[in-house]
Write a protein that binds this ligand. Structure first.
Ligand SMILES: Cc1ncc(COP(=O)(O)O)c(C=O)c1O
Length: 372
């Protein structure tokens, strides 16, 4: 029998979440952010599922971080336009950008120089990145009109030029900083007559005023709710990844007996402890504290003891049916119907869903599911 740990990927849930993004931003076009191997879900498989949606419902573009990610998608047969969110990393990449039919962000002077000295046979859509307050990538707002003027007068880039920026605080429901960034971008767009692409998942879900010509949802497509407090819309998201395993051993422990490395957890009562095939060598976060929720046979229980490389331990004292072979869901949807959100697990690991989802290692087989 094979090791029971798998990451089940529900491609219908992915399509459902993408449809929700489109519905919420129905005056914008919604690209699908599938960088970092579609946040750990498998970029080619995720893109194929989205590409197979009916005409008019599928993403008009996908987004990745770099050329290598785009190349892997093209090799996997994906034909949808792909935006490089950080553009090129060296000038020589431009010929591949053109050959693969990619679109690209431009955030630095050297990239502008490289573009202006390049003569593509067909125009390359360029998204000029503005640093409206994230202070990561992009041109400072005061430099943007001059850069825009140089690009818009270059025939190879003039037709599909637009402005993009990234929000630092779109997840916080009441953020003056968000308003400041939005205002900065609106003023620039108005002055230049430029289309805008601003909204990540939280802004797609909760900030219609920031939707612009394109939205750029990422984590919401995978069913994670990025908002500080869930909204009616974010409650409609469905989990895409279920990290599913089984119990491989069970122990009865007397009061005070420790479990695992350093004996971090000690039985507060006569306890049954189940050993589960999943550990930090699979990408489950070792920072998970005692009390981190887990579903065993569809019932909530908790992690008890430090996570090991290949195993973790859970308290099944109150789940008498738990035995070797019983289903354990670390996050996602149990066969018994219950759902454990990756966002909740992330809080117990002092992290965010993004790191848990992208952190699942290649040792864990991905199993792709379509509903009947
Ligand atoms: C430039 C850019 N746009 C969009 C996204 C998608 O963000 P989210 O996953 O929060 O929707 C990211 C993600 O990091 C990003 O870097």
């Amino acid at each position: 029998m094979a090791r029971p740990l798998v990451a089940d990927i529900d491609l219908d849930a992915l399509c459902h979440n993408y449809a929700l993004a489109r519905e919420l931003a129905n005056r914008s076009r919604a690209l699908a952010v599938i960088k970092a191997d579609a946040y750990g879900h498998g970029a080619v498989e995720s893109a194929s599922a989205l590409e197979s949606l009916p005409e008019g419902q599928r993403p008009p573009a996908l987004a990745v971080a770099c050329l290598e990610e785009a190349e892997a998608l093209r090799k996997g047969g994906i034909e949808t336009p792909i935006v490089l969110l950080e553009g090129i990393f060296e000038t020589q990449e431009l010929s591949r950008v053109e050959a693969l039919g990619l679109w690209m962000a431009v955030h630095s002077e050297w990239q502008v120089e490289a573009l202006l000295s390049y003569r593509p046979a067909r125009p390359i859509p360029v998204w000029l990145k503005v640093d409206s307050g994230m202070h990561r990538l992009g041109f400072p707002p005061e430099q943007v009109p001059a850069v825009w003027a140089r690009l818009v007068t270059a025939p190879q880039y003039a037709t599909d030029l637009q402005l993009m920026s990234h929000f630092a605080t779109a997840d916080a429901l009441d953020s003056a900083y968000f308003d400041r960034q939005l205002e900065c971008m609106r003023a620039l767009a108005e002055r230049l007559g430029a289309p805008l692409c601003l909204a990540n998942s939280p802004a797609t879900l909760a900030r219609p005023q920031a939707h612009g010509s394109w939205v750029r949802p990422g984590v919401m497509l995978y069913g994670s709710d990025p908002l500080e407090r869930p909204s009616a819309a974010s409650r409609r998201l469905e989990p895409v990844m279920t990290l599913r395993s089984e119990i491989i051993a069970v122990r009865d422990l007397a009061v005070g007996e420790p479990v695992g490395y350093a004996g971090r957890w000690r039985a507060p009562r006569p306890s049954r402890i189940a050993v589960v095939a999943c550990g930090y060598g699979d990408g489950y976060d070792r920072h998970a504290v005692d009390g981190t929720p887990v579903l065993v046979a569809g019932k909530r229980t908790v992690l008890a003891g430090k996570v090991s490389m290949d195993m973790l331990t859970v308290d099944v004292t109150d789940i008498p049916e738990a035995d070797i072979g019983t289903e354990v869901v670390l996050w996602g949807r149990s066969r018994y119907g219950a759902v454990l959100s990756v966002d909740e697990v992330a809080r117990y690991c002092d992290t965010i869903s993004y790191t848990l989802l992208t952190g699942i290692l290649p040792r864990v087989p991905r199993r792709y599911r379509r509903r009947a």
